[in-house]
Design a binder for this molecule. Structure first.
Ligand code: ZN
Length: 190
């Protein structure tokens, strides 16, 4: 599928507006714009540090790329090849809403209780915006790539995350829905 069919200019503009709304919503909810450490490092790879989900990029940025791949698959199943521009914007809008929901105080509390994110106090606004962008890239990549390449890429990133940070998108979803003590112990034992 051509890039333009999913991302005509008006759609890109609309996606940027949606992303700006995310930033404003997070700001109004009291999320801080950037890491409280105030250093300008664009990334942070240690998920146990206070810098996680606070700088531009971190290991969880890649889980948002995977969100994009999953949403593409899901929306393709629902709508098939119809309305590519609508599907792309719908995907970004759902992800944007998720990013806001994920940073409400109630969900932050739930994360801290049930997953390994013990020092998690919500994403910084810059990190959230980068996550939405990472999502759009993942979605667009899935649109472009053959299905086998998307599937292989998805499994590759999941595996890499499990090996490096003992967490991944699928594990994160599992632990949020149904925490398992043995897995939590393995994750903390890193
Ligand atoms: Zn920091």
């Amino acid at each position: 599928m051509s890039l333009r069919s999913a991302w005509p200019r008006g759609n890109v503009a609309a996606a940027l507006v949606v992303t700006a709304v995310v930033a404003l919503a997070l700001y109004s909810m009291g999320r801080r714009p950037w890491c409280q450490c105030s250093t300008l490092s664009p990334w942070s790879w240690d998920i146990w540090s206070m810098h996680n989900s606070q700088h531009l990029l971190d290991p969880y940025t890649f889980t948002h790329v995977l969100h994009g791949v999953l949403y593409y698959a899901l929306l393709w199943v629902i709508f098939r090849s119809r309305w590519p521009a609508f599907r792309a914007l719908l995907a970004v809008t759902i992800e944007a809403a998720w990013e806001v929901a994920e940073n409400t105080n109630a969900v932050i509390e739930s994360y801290r209780e049930s997953t390994i994110s013990l020092n998690y106090y919500g994403d910084s606004i810059v990190n959230s915006v980068a996550d939405v962008v990472a999502f759009a890239l993942g979605y667009t990549a899935a649109m472009w790539l053959p299905v086998w390449a998307s599937a292989l890429g998805f499994l590759g990133v999941e595996t890499l995350l499990l090996l490096t940070i003992r967490d991944s998108l699928l594990l994160n979803i599992l632990m949020l829905l149904h925490p398992i003590d043995a897995i939590k112990a393995w994750q903390i034992g890193g």
